[in-house]
Design a binder for this molecule. Structure first.
Ligand code: ZN
Ligand code: ZN
Length: 229
């Protein structure tokens, strides 16, 4: 019997929302590792360190990816592949911890990062970076699919993992919180600020169409689990 993949969640940092109306909420940045017989697949690397502009605006408290992984019982050297849901600085900030490891990203997202003020480029580009630029869905490990979910950014992607307990989705920032996923958006919803709201809605529909057993989010500590029948 082959062992079913397992999703491990860990916190990569917290931050303050610059919007005064959200000052009572705390921002959180999550990362996920999938233990798969193909190796450890990492989804998002969190915030980087030492960018004055970002520090001033968001007051981030970032956690080292190596520490976060160690806390989950995973050696950083055992990570065999990485994907970022998108290249904003809070999701790809520690990509440089993974030299010579394939990092899957949509080509449109990579293009945007290198032609516009999209992210903190020195956290993205580093010696021995091995970006694999995708143009659509991709299945790097058996039963582990990268699926395109544009809206928050044009090259946003999520992860669909088949397990013996059903399909687990790592939504990334395709949806911000559990509330948004269940159709009861609160003030942290991401739809109204999405640059492409139509794409955002299509991606939400796409994720629901997977009929997942569980969904994890890039900015929510909580996950959503389907009520068993
Ligand atoms: Zn973002
Ligand atoms: Zn984000």
């Amino acid at each position: 019997m082959t062992k079913s993949p397992e999703v491990v969640a860990f916190e990569l940092g917290t931050f303050r929302f610059p919007d005064p109306e959200l000052s009572h909420r705390q921002g959180v940045v999550m990362g996920y590792a999938i233990r798969h017989r193909g190796g450890i697949f990492l989804f998002d690397t969190g915030l980087g360190f030492g960018n004055e502009e970002l520090d001033e605006r968001y007051h981030p408290v970032a956690r080292r990816i190596g520490d976060a992984l160690a806390g989950a019982g995973i050696e950083i050297a055992d990570v065999t592949a990485v994907a970022n849901c998108h290249l904003h600085a809070d999701h790809a900030g520690q990509n440089a911890a993974f030299p010579n490891v394939p990092i899957y990203v949509q080509a449109t997202e990579w293009e945007l990062a290198h032609t516009t003020d999209h992210t903190i480029l020195e956290w993205i580009d580093f010696p021995a970076a091995r970006y694999v630029r995708l143009t659509g869905d991709h299945e790097p490990f058996e039963g582990l699919r990268i699926v395109t979910t544009p809206g928050h950014t044009p090259g946003h992607q999520s992860l669909a993992v088949e397990t013996d307990r059903g399909l687990i989705l790592l939504a990334g920032q395709a949806l911000y919180t559990v509330e948004e996923w269940v159709g009861e958006p609160d003030e942290l919803e991401g739809r109204s600020s999405a640059p492409d709201r139509e794409a955002y809605d299509r991606s939400t529909e796409r994720l629901h169409a997977f009929a997942p057993a569980r969904v994890h989010f890039g900015h929510d500590r909580r996950s959503w689990t389907r009520a068993s029948a």
